[in-house]
Design a protein around this ligand. Structure first.
Ligand code: SF4
Length: 302
C-alpha cells in the first residue's frame, strides 16, 4: 500500500477509520515484512506519568498487543514491561543503544523533571548508580532514529507539569535538540500510537502539525466531527450534564482540540467522552490541564 493510501484509510470517515486501521494495518505490515524482513526496534522509557498510556496501549485491538509485539515492534528495553531488573536491565539497555545506534525508535512515556538535576524520576537504581529520566532521555535521544513522546506529559508536560509544577517537569522536546513526534493524549488512543509505529516502519516519519503531532490522527478538531455539532450550529446548548444538546455551555473545549475521538472512539472503538455525556476536556492540547481547568465550568457566553 502506498503511503497516501495508508493515510487515507486511517482518515476515511465514510468507511469508519477504526475499521480501516484495524483491517489494514496488520496485513500491510505483514506484506511489508515479506520484502523488508524487519520490525521497528523500540527502546521505551517510562518517566514521570501515571502509566495510563502503557495501559491504553495494552488495550489495543486490531491489532492486539501480542500481534504488535510479534509483527510490528521489537521491544528491546522497557522499564515497565520487561522482566529483567537492576544491572541486568541496564546492561540490556546499554547493549541495545550501542548495537542499534541510529536505528531504534525511542519512546518516552511521561514528562521529564528538571528540578534538582532530575532527581524526581529515576529510571534505574543499582547499588552504586542512579539513572534519572533526564540523563536517560538526553543520552538516548540523540542516538535514536525517531523519538516518540507518548502521551501529553511526554509531549508537553501535561499533568506532571501542572501548576505548581514542583518538580519542574517539561515535555521531551524541551530537553532534546531534535525532532520529536508528539503522540499526545491523556491517555492516548492506542490507534494513534500503533498507527504511528506502523507509519514509521513502512513509510518513515509521518507529517506533523505545528505541535509535532501526526496529522493523520490530530489533523481535525474534535468539534469538526462531533455527533452534537448540529446542535452547536443551531445554537442549542445543554443546560446541564446529561442534556442531549451541545456541551460548549458545559465547558467543552472540543472546538480547539485536535483529535479524531468522535469517529475513532475508544475501548475497542465504541465510545468517547461526548457520546458518554461528558465534555471534551482537551487532553491532547499543549496547555492541558491548566488551560482547560476547572473542567465542566460553563462558559460565560454561549
Ligand atoms: S459538544 Fe463540544 S465538540 Fe461537540 S459540538 Fe459541542 S462544543 Fe463541539
Amino acid at each position: 500500500m502506498q503511503k497516501e493510501d495508508y493515510i487515507k484509510r486511517c482518515q476515511d470517515l465514510a468507511a469508519g477509520p477504526q475499521f480501516q486501521l484495524s483491517n489494514y494495518v496488520l496485513s500491510e505490515v505483514r506484506e511489508y515484512k515479506k520484502s523488508k524482513s524487519r520490525k521497528l526496534p523500540v527502546i521505551w522509557l517510562e518517566t514521570s506519568d501515571s502509566g495510563d498510556n502503557n495501559i491504553a496501549f495494552m488495550n489495543t485491538t486490531y491489532p492486539y498487543l501480542g500481534q504488535v509485539f510479534t509483527d510490528l515492534i521489537d521491544l528491546l528495553y522497557s522499564n515497565t514491561f520487561m522482566a529483567a531488573q537492576g544491572q541486568d536491565a541496564l546492561n540490556i539497555l546499554e547493549q541495545a543503544a550501542v548495537k542499534l545506534r541510529g536505528k531504534f525508535t525511542l519512546v518516552v512515556e511521561g514528562a521529564i523533571p528538571l528540578k534538582d538535576n532530575g532527581l524526581y524520576t529515576i529510571i534505574a537504581h543499582t547499588e552504586d548508580y542512579k539513572l534519572t529520566a533526564l540523563e536517560a532521555v538526553t543520552w538516548l535521544g540523540p542516538l535514536a532514529e525517531y523519538v516518540i513522546a507518548l502521551g501529553t506529559c511526554a509531549s508537553f508536560g501535561g499533568i506532571s507539569a501542572a501548576r505548581p509544577n514542583i518538580t519542574g517537569s517539561v515535555g521531551v522536546r524541551k530537553v532534546l535538540n531534535r525532532e520529536v513526534i508528539n503522540v499526545s493524549g491523556c491517555p492516548i488512543n492506542p490507534d494513534w500510537f500503533v498507527g504511528t509505529l506502523a507509519h514509521l516502519l513502512m513509510y518513515g516519519q509521518p507529517e506533523l502539525d505545528n505541535l509535532g503531532r501526526p496529522t493523520l490522527f490530530y489533523g481535525f478538531t474534535v468539534h469538526r466531527h462531533c455527533q452534537r455539532r448540529s446542535y452547536f450550529d443551531q445554537g442549542q446548548f445543554a443546560e446541564k450534564l446529561g442534556d442531549i444538546e451541545c456541551m460548549f455551555s458545559q465547558g467543552c473545549v472540543g472546538p480547539r482540540t485536535g483529535a479524531d475521538c468522535p469517529y475513532r472512539q475508544w475501548i475497542n472503538h465504541v465510545n468517547w467522552p461526548v457520546k458518554a455525556n461528558t465534555p471534551c476536556i482537551g487532553c491532547t492540547n499543549e496547555d492541558f490541564p491548566d488551560g482547560s481547568s476547572p473542567f465542566f465550568t460553563p462558559l460565560p457566553e454561549k
